[in-house]
Write a new protein. Sequence first.
Length: 133
Amino acid sequence: MMQSFIHIAAGLLFLLSLQGLVRCDDQEFRLVRYLMSNYDSAVRPSLSVAQPVAVAFRLSLLALLAMDERHGVVSTSCRITQNWNDVHLRWNASDFGGVTTVRIPASQIWRPDVILRNKPPSPSVCRTFCWLN
Ligand SMILES: *[C@@H]1O[C@H](CO)[C@@H](O)[C@H](O)[C@H]1NC(C)=O
């Protein structure tokens, strides 16, 4: 009898904690839907045509992979971090359960045209995710 009570209590606790998780995910889901419903990644995120979008650019050298002095080739592993303010991706956190940060694929939002001029013949550049906050 006592054992089944403990099982039921444990099951209820599990369901309650699961509900907390689902509610949190639901807020994030609603937020991403809200942000992306009318978003066009081709439109520059600026309030007016004359206003530029300031982009902070940082290149971090992670590793020196190889150095070919004879051919003047240096192979490195780098991380590029770019920060800018997208005026089309704003929300009020209190309308979305206090969610202040979401992570979405970079391909879905506007990105600055930054091109690596000395890129290798077979570029090994990978785009990952953008943090919105
Ligand atoms: C955010 O939403 C809350 C509740 O709807 C409201 O009280 C608050 O003024 C809003 N904040 C801004 C900056 O709009």
